[in-house]
Design a protein around this ligand. Structure first.
Ligand code: IFM
Length: 482
């Protein structure tokens, strides 16, 4: 791949540059200091669920390497670090007692970040639900939303105003539909009604947690949620293809966006899913609780999708709009007879198509719909099969990808989108869920045998972007000063 968009753009000094990770993907120490299993510990141990039988037991050992990893962030010049808190580390069974050692780990991480001049951006839930809660029905059980708010309250009391931005949930679409409909993510359930209940209980959990945090830290406390808002196009202008796209938009985007931002469910979702449920699990007053003013809406963007009206109600095994291959049991619940078409290349190692201007389109669409809601790119990046050669990782494809996507953000801002920051996914190579350690997303390479970290060319290029606020040509890789 080469770049397709121009270089040279300069960003304003108040635009925030960071990187992102998630607890189960990097921490390891799965059985230490009181942490108990999450649904991902269980799922990854279930034969056939994760490539090569990989687990997050050790991951990239971040739990034992915080000083080293914060030093790398400082060397890269990062202004902010988005990480998630492992619920089963701070409240091992998901209810009742909290674990001081688990909480201390995050207090220490936040203190080290602040000492390095890096703003902590906390995500409270990035998919590692305590297993005992799943045993009671997980996100299909309303009680999980209330327990999540208790946990959020405790974390807010513990970390206080040291946190720059609180994000309740990461990509609830994945939690609900990959977890409970297609079953390709933990907990591996395939039950469409459970998935729709999970949607509502995740939305409710967001609202209750946001209110708990504000209750503890004050009404002005900055709150966000991160959505992997899908960019889907209709294969043609034919009404049936346009309707196929509408169905995907509804179940992938609108069921989260509309309650969270507007306090309503899209009416179409009730008709689309009437054969599955009557939505009686939505109780009076829930939508008021879900809608909480957001400081910023977090957007994770990787690729695009294209759909047409098909003949089958199941996925076709091709990459879907967020890049996840559609499973035999579709995660797009209620979008009956919709077929995802293969997207033209280039593709990353995940087989996800690369289309930077899809990001421009998404940001503009959201900012037109919600002009007073600022946006941030909370994840963007690409996976490749990187190798270290003579102490360097020449990941030119990733540099090209970042170059074009950062420029795509700039183009959206030129056209009026209010975008406040960009977080590259990911800081470190890590456990990529059902793909295990096979594909690498980091701008820092990790040798999984020795845990040695090597800043890739993409990390060097990104450090230059952060330092200069200017998009250098992707061929310009400037070494870091020691
Ligand atoms: O690794 C994931 C991350 O946990 C959530 N967003 C997508 C990334 C790449 O698949």
């Amino acid at each position: 791949m080469t770049t397709t968009l121009p270089s040279g753009r300069q960003f304003a000094p108040d635009f925030l540059w960071g990187s992102a990770t998630a607890s189960y993907q990097i921490e390891g120490a799965a059985h230490e200091d009181g942490r108990l299993p999450s649904i991902w510990d269980t799922f990854s141990r279930t034969p056939g669920k994760v490539l090569n039988g990989d687990t997050g037991d050790v991951a990239v050992d971040h739990y034992h390497r915080v000083p080293q990893d914060v030093a790398i962030m400082k060397k890269l010049g990062l202004q902010a670090y988005r990480f998630s808190i492992a619920w089963p580390r701070v409240q091992p069974t998901g209810s009742g007692e909290f674990n001081k050692l688990g909480l201390d780990f995050y207090v220490d991480l936040v203190d080290q970040l602040l000492a390095a001049g890096i703003k902590p951006v906390v995500t409270l839930y990035h998919w590692d639900l305590p297993q005992p809660l799943e045993d009671e029905g997980g996100w299909a059980n309303r009680e999980t939303a209330y327990l999540f708010a208790d946990y959020a309250r405790k974390v807010a009391e513990t970390l206080g105003d040291k946190v720059f931005l609180w994000t309740t949930l990461n990509e609830p679409w994945c939690s609900a539909f990959l977890g409970y409909a297609s079953g390709v993510h933990a907990p591996g359930v395939m039950d469409d009604e459970a998935a729709l209940k999970a949607v509502h209980h995740l939305n409710l959990a967001h609202g209750l947690a946001a209110r708990a945090i504000k209750d503890v830290l004050g009404q002005d406390t900055p709150i966000s949620i991160t959505l992997n808002t899908h960019v889907t196009r209709a294969a043609s202008d034919a009404p049936e293809d346009v309707e196929a796209k509408r169905q995907i938009d509804t179940i992938a985007n609108e069921v989260f966006l509309r309650p969270v931002v507007e306090g309503v469910y899209p009416p179409e979702v009730f008709a689309d899913t009437a054969h599955i449920t009557d939505w009686s699990f939505v109780q009076d007053g829930d939508l008021e609780l879900i809608q909480v003013p957001l400081e910023v809406l977090g957007i994770n963007y990787y690729s695009t999708g294209r759909v047409k009206r098909g003949v089958a109600a199941v996925g076709n095994g091709e990459p879907g709009p967020d890049g996840h291959k559609s499973a035999p049991h579709t995660p797009f619940v209620g979008a009956t007879n919709v077929e995802f078409l293969p997207q033209p290349g280039p593709h990353t190692a995940m087989d996800w198509n690369i289309e930077p201007l899809g990001l421009t389109e998404l940001l503009l669409d959201l900012s037109k719909r919600y002009p007073s809601l600022p946006l941030a790119i909370t994840e963007n990046g690409s996976a490749w099969y990187d190798t270290v050669v003579d102490g360097r990782v020449h990941d030119q494809e990733r540099v090209d990808y970042l170059h074009d996507h950062v420029e795509a953000v700039g183009q959206a801002m030129d056209a009026g989108a209010d975008v406040r920051g960009y977080f590259v996914w990911s800081l470190l190579d890590n456990f990529e869920w059902a793909y295990g350690y096979d594909r690498r997303f980091g701008v820092v390479h990790v040798d999984y045998d020795t845990q040695v970290r090597t800043i890739k060319d993409s990390g060097l290029w990104y450090a230059n972007l952060v330092a200069t606020r200017t998009i250098a040509p992707s061929t310009e890789i400037t070494p870091l000063a020691d």
